[in-house]
Design a protein around this ligand. Structure first.
Ligand SMILES: Cc1cc2nc3c(=O)[nH]c(=O)nc-3n(C[C@H](O)[C@H](O)[C@H](O)COP(=O)(O)OP(=O)(O)OC[C@H]3O[C@@H](n4cnc5c(N)ncnc54)[C@H](O)[C@@H]3O)c2cc1C
Length: 303
């Protein structure tokens, strides 16, 4: 119920405009967003690196419907990769396909993401193509598989809430794709996605085992300790080495838990988002856990 209410608020332009205006000034966006400018990111990145965690940077933005604007985002990603190469190549990048052309055409997305991946390859870096809502799934996987034929420094994301994902994972494993498995963050209809948390979690575990058996350095993106425990006991039982997979978590979500898993000797990568277009990302974090809305309330009362 609460989740639905948050999703419906996220669709109200007046509300999101208000959140965008006040979020940084009143301090509630900083919980999940490293800042609006690239220079805001470096202290957060250093802190994570000091705790032995790797980083993937997300320059926030989505649903860009102007061709020139997608080219500007593409150039910005290349510039971010240049900065990372000068500072810390243990940080990679993640991007949303509709930020770089998929809201316009599959060809444009292929062209722009291809430029970023080619640039990353020259610098020895890696690009993760995030997965957005279900109308974009097939096109995102098409763009990814066509790029994967030419580059091995690109990976993509699959979501355990979608019915189609088990079949996708089998096909993607067959081409050696590097996959990030997540539950899925968008509001999806029953025709395409499991609705019950128990089904989404059960499918996650099945897919995680499949990826551990057949995948290429899978990334398990979750803060769910029951799933993390399942994976760690599964790898122990199966004799799978810890350097064959990693856990990924979001900046600002269960920070102590992130450190605990890294300290226990697992590879951990933190997804660090930054940029002025943070509102849709922020609203998804609230929808995942409506109790997070309390942070917003407290900031309002306090500020
Ligand atoms: C690195 C990374 C990349 C991702 N990339 C994508 C993507 O490309 N496409 C996509 O659709 N989704 C993506 N997601 C989001 C993902 O799909 C889930 O919506 C999100 O991770 C919450 O699910 P969970 O697995 O943590 O489990 P849940 O069952 O939602 O949560 C488990 C526990 O984690 C904690 N928790 C979870 N979320 C929050 C939060 N927002 N605030 C505070 N505590 C929280 C709570 O303690 C909760 O009980 C990504 C997530 C991560 C970690």
């Amino acid at each position: 119920m609460l989740k639905r209410a948050v999703y419906s608020l996220a669709d109200k332009p007046g509300f999101t405009a208000w959140v965008s205006r006040h979020g940084m000034r009143w301090g509630f966006a900083q919980r999940f967003i490293a800042g609006e400018a690239i220079d805001d990111v470096w202290p957060a990145l250093q802190e994570l690196r000091d705790d032995n965690m790797a980083v993937t940077l997300d320059y926030l933005g989505e649903s860009v419907d102007d061709v020139d604007a997608t080219r500007v985002v593409t150039a910005t990603y290349c510039a971010i990769l240049d900065e990372l190469s000068a500072r810390d190549n243990a940080a990679s990048v993640s991007l949303k396909p509709t930020q770089v052309g998929l809201a316009i055409s599959t060809e444009l997305a292929r062209e722009n993401i291809g430029k970023i991946v080619a640039h990353a390859q020259q610098l020895g870096n890696f690009v993760r193509v995030d997965m957005e809502d279900s109308p974009t799934t097939a096109a995102t996987l098409d763009v990814f598989t066509s790029l994967r034929a030419d580059y091995d420094n690109v990976g993509v994301v699959v979501q355990s809430y979608l019915h189609r994902t088990a079949a996708d994972v089998r096909e993607l494993n067959a081409i050696g794709a590097q996959l990030r498995l997540c539950k899925g963050a968008y509001k999806e209809p029953a025709a395409v996605a499991y609705q019950a948390k128990s089904e989404v979690d059960g499918n996650y575990i099945k897919l995680a085992e499949l990826l551990l058996q057949e995948g290429n350095y899978p990334a398990f993106a979750t803060h769910d300790d029951r799933i993390v425990d399942h994976i760690t006991s599964y790898v122990e039982r199966s004799g799978i080495a810890r350097d064959r997979f990693e856990f990924q978590m979001l900046y600002g979500v269960r920070r102590d838990y992130q450190r605990e898993i890294a300290a226990a000797g697992y590879n951990v990568k933190i997804y660090v988002p930054f940029g002025a277009e943070w509102c849709p990302y922020f609203m998804r974090r609230i929808a995942e856990r409506p109790a997070n809305a309390l942070f917003v309330m407290r900031a309002l009362v306090g500020g």
